[in-house]
Design a binder for this molecule. Structure first.
Ligand code: SF4
Length: 355
């Protein structure tokens, strides 16, 4: 679809997207089938043009606090699934406070508080509310929560106490694949939780996995499914086989599919937040993802941190380079820089007013 276009025609196509043109399923099919380096470069070029129109060279940075690695669920792709015999931890409010202090003078726009579906917090949600309050007190930054499915009353309470953003990934909107990935979990409950959060004034994020056995039609149903909750942020991440899980022996995929989908997400959701996670391939991977059209860097952790990531490409490495200073240094090299906090707050405030 883009392969025969000149630079001028690619610019025109980006202009049409900026003006509101929507992609048909047939166009999605063509974009998702692109494989040649030259045509992918054209796709990335269009996506960067669209992103730069809405965000310039400014990038948002999220700090990642994985505060409990306990979980009652058995997602087949996940290292932290309940039956995996691994070391786990759960931080208390004072430990979280300490992490927040380390983040205070860094250029972070939002703190992402993530956990597995830990029964300790799910059965006593006031303990989670206390953590949210602690982060707000210490940082006064917007807070994203990624706690799995929580009931509506708890979501409301968390919002009243400072939670601004709910990340709740469907992983796929293809029902057959969903049942294989999120074993025993309701598809609809996740959709409803995101919709409720949106109505309550949260910003919401949905996300999908790639490299997990999906075909083009399955990806299209996921992309269309993501549109349904009008998310403020849309994510795709490459599945990385994890030790001790049912999918441990699946063949690892390169990041090409993820980069292609990041670009397509940018074309489908031109003015939305799209992350480049450090969790998969570190800072070099961040550069590729930003060059494919992402505008947020996620999974930033303080230097010296021993906290877990979700995929944790660096679990066994001695040196980690996911700290804010290393990220900003590399952004500057790319001609990009951290956005103003006020720019991020405007996104949060618009959602809180139902915009
Ligand atoms: S993906 Fe989340 S809910 Fe599923 S097992 Fe892992 S931590 Fe638990």
């Amino acid at each position: 679809m883009l392969q025969d276009m000149t630079h001028g025609e690619l610019d025109d196509f980006a202009g049409e997207i900026i003006d509101g043109r929507k992609l048909s399923d047939d166009e999605l099919r063509k974009l998702l089938s692109m494989d040649e380096k030259d045509e992918l470069e054209k796709l990335y070029y269009v996506s960067r043009k669209v992103r730069d129109h809405f965000f310039g060279n400014r990038v948002f940075l999220y700090s990642f606090v994985y505060f409990s690695t306990y979980c009652k669920n058995k997602c087949t792709f996940c290292y932290y699934r309940q039956s995996n015999d691994i070391e786990r931890y759960r931080l208390d409010a004072e430990e979280v406070r300490k992490i927040c202090r380390a983040l205070k003078n860094e250029s972070i726009h939002m703190v992402d508080l993530t956990m597995g579906e830990d029964p300790y917090f799910h059965d006593s949600p006031e303990k989670f509310v206390e953590l949210v309050r602690t982060v707000k007190e210490e940082t006064d930054l917007p807070i994203m929560i990624s706690p799995g499915v929580m009931d509506h009353g708890v979501l409301r309470k968390l919002h009243e106490n400072g939670a601004d953003f709910l990340a709740l990934y469907q992983e796929t909107h293809d029902m057959d694949l969903y049942r294989k990935l999120r074993v025993g979990q309701s598809f609809q409950e996740r959709m409803d939780a995101r919709a409720f959060a949106k109505d309550t004034g949260y910003c919401v994020e949905d996300g999908i996995l790639t490299g997990i056995g999906e075909d083009v039609e399955s990806v299209i149903s996921s992309l269309r499914g993501m549109e349904k909750s009008s998310p403020n942020m849309v994510r795709v991440m490459t599945f990385v086989p994890q030790e001790g899980t049912p999918l441990e022996d699946t063949r690892s995929q390169s990041s090409v599919s993820e980069l292609r989908i990041i670009s397509i997400l940018r074309i489908m959701f031109p003015d939305k937040l799209i992350p480049a996670s450090l969790d998969l391939e570190g800072i070099d991977g961040m550069v590729h993802r930003l060059n494919a059209g992402a505008n947020v860097v996620t999974s930033i952790i303080p230097a010296e941190s021993t906290l877990e990531g979700v995929v944790n490409y660096d679990r066994k490495l001695e040196e980690r380079d996911r700290d804010p200073k290393s990220v900003i240094k590399r952004l500057k090299k790319m001609g990009m820089e951290p956005a103003e906090q006020a720019d991020f707050n405007r996104i949060i405030e618009a959602s809180a007013c139902g915009a």
